[in-house]
Write a protein that binds this ligand. Structure first.
Ligand code: ZN
Length: 520
């Protein structure tokens, strides 16, 4: 149902529309905050950080005050007790339920804490940039201690009945609980262990040498734009800019910002980060515009968001068929580097497995180990079992257990991610949840006859995008992530789809049997 249909003189919706208009006016401020944050990460001169922190903190206070206005609370309570909440159209019911629970949660948080969190986040991110440059951990300790302590305070305020880590997780993956995630991750870890070992020890696996060469910036920019436009990203409703840490941010219903970094010697850095961010962008551009600023027009969760980015980046972008289609375009863009390279060589090279210290450079097979490690460490800090000051040693020990080596530079270890300085605690597990969801969603799409080899080989991406629009994007936030994946695939969420997908796509390529997981 469209939001505009409710506007046509139906008096029963008067209170509902008033509550929605209020929520939408708050989302305008949220979009202004998004613009300040986008600018902070793409354009802001290094000395401009302190003033920007004050701007963002001031805006956070105004937004929080408006969001938690008493009148809106009364309106939402009235709607919650009205027949509309049980008998209205699905989108209306979900909107009332979610606006009401969001309001309850947010109004328990003091404005001062919201403001302090916003200020600390910008300052800590600026300090992080300096610390990485100087390769120093020490200056970050007080920033991170403050951030973790503020987040613990936030958890206690917004959801006093929940475990503090669950309270934080709920902001990114509504309804998720760490114990259930921990069980899923343990199964995944166990199931993937033989594949990880097999790929790393395999001597005949593909090498990424053919992906190194000369890739002039301008040619790369034109090439990646051509690729993501072809998969369906609309440049009339979005753009691509340069940053140190790629991300996708939506600043309005028709304004989706992608960012990437470039490496003129190694094509995958930009190509796969842009495909990834464009996957996020396709989801944002596929949400119902009519409901912008309201739950049916918002993403279901970060896990679902990540499922969309991973699907295009890995399940489409690293397939042999993708390279059959893309090869002539890449060869035309980079004749010097790709003249004697076949589609098959490129498709294999982008699936080489090389354990890396750096999460964002990790291959698909080892990627989830990076995430599980962060999930465990940040949870231990929130639960009071680990001190921020001890993070580097805890990090290095765990890394050695999982990967067999220790990073020697702090920026290759605990300092590599912006998430903790930014206050994104409880965010990391959504990356692996996204991988799990993406494999299950793609399997369901392919069973429906879309996203299959023949279509991708011919550059026909529209059927897959339409299927995703219809089965995932169009529902916005009206279902939880698990319910949405179950609805789209007809099966309960299971990590087995990801295990199968990784074994099938990486096992034989590294001389392993695709049936290995069944041996466990
Ligand atoms: Zn992502």
């Amino acid at each position: 149902m469209r939001y505009s249909e409710l506007l046509d003189g139906k008096s029963g919706y008067k209170d509902f529309l008033a509550a929605c208009e209020h929520a939408r006016s708050v989302s305008l401020l949220g979009a202004v905050d998004g613009l300040l944050q986008w600018d902070e990460q793409t354009m802001l001169p290094s000395d401009g950080g302190d003033f920007r922190a004050e701007q963002v903190a001031a805006l956070a206070a105004i937004t929080h005050a408006q969001r938690t206005e008493e009148k809106q609370g009364e309106r939402l309570q009235k709607l919650k007790d009205s027949p509309l909440e049980k008998e209205g159209p699905g989108a209306v019911q979900a909107t009332i339920r979610l606006l009401h629970s969001d309001f309850q949660k947010q109004s328990r948080v003091p404005g001062k804490l919201v403001q302090e969190l916003a200020r600390t986040s910008i300052k800590a991110q600026q300090a992080w940039v300096r610390a990485v440059k100087a390769s120093e951990w020490k200056p970050m300790v007080t920033h991170l201690e403050k951030m973790f302590s503020l987040k613990r305070e936030l958890a206690a305020c917004q959801s006093p009945d929940l475990d503090p880590y669950d309270a934080l997780l709920d902001d990114y993956e509504p309804g998720a609980r760490w114990k259930a995630i921990d069980t899923t991750f343990s199964c995944l870890r166990k199931a993937l262990a033989p594949l990880v070992r097999g790929c790393i020890e395999s001597s005949g696996g593909p090498q990424e040498t053919v992906l190194r060469g000369n890739f002039p910036l301008q040619s790369q920019q034109a090439f990646v734009c051509q690729v993501i436009e072809k998969i369906g990203f609309s440049f009339d409703r979005g753009r691509l800019d340069t940053t140190a840490h790629p991300f996708c941010s939506t600043l309005g219903p028709n304004d989706c910002r992608l960012t990437t970094r470039w490496d003129e010697k190694f094509l995958p850095t930009a190509l796969y980060s842009v495909l990834h961010e464009a996957g996020h962008g396709l989801y944002e551009q596929g949400l119902p515009v009519d409901w912008f600023g309201l739950p049916p027009g918002e993403a279901a969760s970060l896990g679902i968001h990540e499922s969309q980015s991973r699907l295009w980046e890995n399940l489409v972008g690293r397939s042999p068929e993708f390279w059959e289609w893309c090869h002539p375009i890449a060869r035309k863009a980079f004749p010097e580097s790709f003249d004697n390279v076949s589609p098959g060589m490129l498709a294999k090279a982008v699936r080489s497995v090389n354990p890396s210290f750096i999460r964002v450079e990790a291959d698909e097979v080892t990627y989830n180990l990076h995430v599980m490690m962060r999930f465990d460490l940040e949870r231990e800090i929130i639960h009071g079992n680990l001190l921020v000051a001890d993070l580097p040693s805890a990090w290095n020990e765990r890394f050695e257990t999982d990967f067999g080596s220790r990073p020697s530079r702090i920026e290759d270890g605990v300092l590599q991610d912006i998430h903790w300085p930014a206050g994104l605690i409880g965010y990391f597990p959504t990356y692996t949840l996204g991988n799990i969801f993406s494999a299950q969603i793609m399997a369901a799409a392919q069973q429906s006859g879309v996203g299959i080899a023949d279509q991708i080989r011919n550059g026909e991406f529209t059927p897959l995008l339409h299927w995703l629009r219809e089965n995932v994007h169009s529902f916005g936030r009206t279902y939880t992530s698990e319910a949405l994946v179950e609805k789209a695939s007809g099966k309960p969420v299971s990590e087995q789809y990801l295990v199968d997908s990784l074994y099938q796509r990486y096992g034989p390529l590294h001389g392993l049997s695709p049936d290995m997981p069944k041996l466990l």
